[in-house]
Design a protein around this ligand. Sequence first.
Ligand SMILES: Cc1cc2nc3c(=O)[nH]c(=O)nc-3n(C[C@H](O)[C@H](O)[C@H](O)COP(=O)(O)OP(=O)(O)OC[C@H]3O[C@@H](n4cnc5c(N)ncnc54)[C@H](O)[C@@H]3O)c2cc1C
Length: 442
Amino acid sequence: MSDEIIIVGGGFAGLSAGVALAEAGKRVCLLEQKPHLGGRARSFADPTTGSIVDNGQHLFMGCYHATIKFLKTIGTLDRLHFQPRLNVPFLDRDGRLTRLDCPDLPSPLHLLMGVARSRSFTFKQKLEVVRLGDDVRRAGGEAAPTANESVTEWLSRRGQSEGLQRNFWDLLCIAAMNEDPRIASAQLFERVLRLALFSSPADSRLGIARVGLSDCYTAAASVFIEARGGQVHTGRNVKQLMIADGVCRGVDLGAGNVLEGASVISAAPWQQFATLMPGDLLRSEPFFAGALALRPAPIISINLWFDVPITDLEFVGLRGTNIQWLFDKSRILSASDHCIALVLSGAHEHVSRSKEELLAISLRELGEVLPSVRKAKLLHSLVIKERFATFSPSPEAELLRPNARTPIRGLFLAGDWTATGLPATIEGAVQSGYTAAKEVLG
Ligand SMILES: Cc1cc2nc3c(=O)[nH]c(=O)nc-3n(C[C@H](O)[C@H](O)[C@H](O)COP(=O)(O)OP(=O)(O)OC[C@H]3O[C@@H](n4cnc5c(N)ncnc54)[C@H](O)[C@@H]3O)c2cc1C
């Protein structure tokens, strides 16, 4: 039998697993069904303008320790830019600009001081934030969220007013978890708050790629794997995992092509993993229940090209609008066009709207928060709907996420949907890749 480790899927999870195994001296064969690597975090050239566009703007954070290690290993960490400290501008519907600008103080003072001096909050709301911060840091007792509580239920129980929820916590929840706070798991949200906001000032910083997303990792990770004797193939669709007598011996590529390996890591998203498994096994083995029961949460990205710059902010959170974030892509990528990217996360109620409707909504809302837009000429637009952007992180979903080690010998799971303790993020995907690699090596 071959000593190769087969990896199915070339997103952050598959590539980080491949890099970790190659680094440990294993021969890796990574198979990606699409003609390109990158999965749900990728970039491409817009066919009309030639500008580099991401499938959706991605934010990194200082607390993405596994991701930072991965990018350092493949030599591309310098393609991300991290803020010196957490500094988030917000624009209200009436055009008022405020900031959460956290000073360089030890945690949690950095955040509390940032909130205390921000005009984003009333005095009462500032006290509410301090109280919740205290709950999160004490971690436990009746302040802690219960396993079946939603973010909204927990925040309300902990005395967070409706206004503060709407204008602050809900924005964070949707940005970090891609889900409506009435649906999202409070336990997961509390963990995100602890890691991202209440851990250290360095962990709270936001990071943005200064190049297209794919250029941050796909080619460099392939080169790393191939330089250590491995192979990375695109355009290779795995039809099924070869499982017999409780052992996975390889993958079936269809048309009589099979590939045998010492172990297989599936780094495909949950709904695609379900199609790789023999149906009877998938339904009879409770371990795999998540692959059938997790639900998706969509993200919509609206890219707009204007004839003139419309803002001097690199990015800004929008409050009171359907659109949640605006990124000045030309400023971020130092490009000469005037392209902005708008983000609509947790977009269940918008995903069935036509592209024309989404464009009309975004131009109307942009005109309200940024009057300069009304005078600018729209040259081109590109709406990207990612219907399966992430799994929906409800309290029920948390019980369904499987570990890397499966009941099938030789089969391991990676991917942002596995039991990482994090929402579906790049960091979750990379952590899952590292965990699966460790299990294979162990
Ligand atoms: C629009 C958008 C915005 C986002 N914003 C952020 C953000 O700001 N910050 C953040 O941290 N995260 C963000 N995320 C989430 C992040 O992109 C994902 O969590 C992460 O990329 C998932 O990586 P993965 O490797 O687990 O899965 P994927 O990237 O989906 O990779 C899986 C790969 O497996 C391949 N595959 C599937 N089936 C087969 C098969 N049968 N044979 C071969 N290959 C197969 C797929 O083609 C795919 O390339 C965002 C996601 C989207 C869509």
